[in-house]
Design a protein around this ligand. Structure first.
Ligand SMILES: NC(=O)c1ccc[n+]([C@@H]2O[C@H](COP(=O)([O-])OP(=O)(O)OC[C@H]3O[C@@H](n4cnc5c(N)ncnc54)[C@H](O)[C@@H]3O)[C@@H](O)[C@H]2O)c1
Length: 244
């Protein structure tokens, strides 16, 4: 188990799903956790249950992300770890029918939002000479899921952003990595059809959903001090689906 005593973490999308499981794992391992999420009700509930901080924010608003970063540093004094879990799936359509406004929405949240969070938080990490960033991409970003071109392309962008930022910060003890999970049973799946979920499960050699606790365990290693060499990396947690 990673020991996070004396460390602080921001977890976006921590109100539920993979972000919540990560917040739980981190608090159990002694970390002071701050959840950022646009869902105030679930965010406050999670913070109460885990005895951690919560700030409401919408990551598509660059100024708000900057302000929330500043507020967070006032509350926790520093940010050692950033986990970017907030994201959306968007609807499922073949590319030729994909509504342009839905495509933009997916990119606004999954790409621009992750960029804003990385951009503002990494500045303070560079001042402190220490940091761990874990962006949650998806197996979709490597394989490309049919009828999910916006989501797949947005997650490929998160992979590339991670690789660029990891190289830019490699001169310090800062590690920027991303993970590419297969399908986990969370509320994000409400956004897609059952047929699409069945397709994704059929592609996983382990033939089941990945558990959010299994994802949190991988994130805990990547966020630890022990992960001192690997950066700009892409970590598979796809139950055997990934071919590279
Ligand atoms: N569940 C899966 O099958 C799966 C697989 C691979 C990757 N992922 C990725 O993992 C991440 C977490 O997914 P999840 O399954 O936990 O989803 P989820 O829907 O359970 O949780 C996502 C959280 O992000 C928050 N959020 C959404 N848009 C936001 C915004 N603009 N600003 C702030 N908060 C916002 C939501 O309020 C929610 O609490 C996402 O990036 C998703 O793409 C999920």
């Amino acid at each position: 188990m990673a020991n996070f005593n004396g460390q602080t973490a921001v977890i976006t999308g921590g109100a539920q799903g993979i972000g919540l499981a990560t917040a739980k794992r981190f608090t159990e391992d002694g970390c002071e956790v701050m959840i950022w999420d646009m869902d105030e009700k679930l965010g406050l509930e999670a913070a109460k249950k885990l005895n951690c901080h919560f700030l409401k924010m919408d990551q598509t608003d660059n100024n708000l992300v900057k302000e929330t970063t500043e507020k967070t540093i006032k509350i926790m004094k520093k940010i050692d770890i950033l986990v970017c879990s907030a994201g959306i799936a968007g609807p499922t359509f073949p590319t030729w029918d994909y509504p342009v406004e839905e495509w933009s929405k997916v990119f606004n949240v999954n790409v621009n939002g992750v960029f804003y969070c990385n951009k503002h938080v990494v500045k303070s990490m560079r001042e402190n000479g220490y940091g761990r960033i874990i962006n949650i991409a998806s197996i979709a970003g490597k394989e490309g899921n049919p009828n999910a071109s916006a989501y797949s392309a947005s997650k490929a962008a998160v992979i590339a952003l991670t690789k660029s930022l990891g190289k830019e910060t490699a001169d310090q003890d800062i590690a920027v990595n991303c993970i590419t999970p297969a399908t986990a049973k969370t509320r994000i799946l409400d956004q897609v059809s059952q047929e699409f979920i069945d397709y994704m499960i059929s592609k996983i050699p382990r033939n089941r959903f990945v558990k959010v606790e299994e994802i949190a365990a991988l994130i805990a290693f990547l966020a630890s001090k022990e992960n001192s060499f690997t950066t700009a990396g892409v970590f598979d947690i796809s139950g055997g689906r990934a071919t590279y």
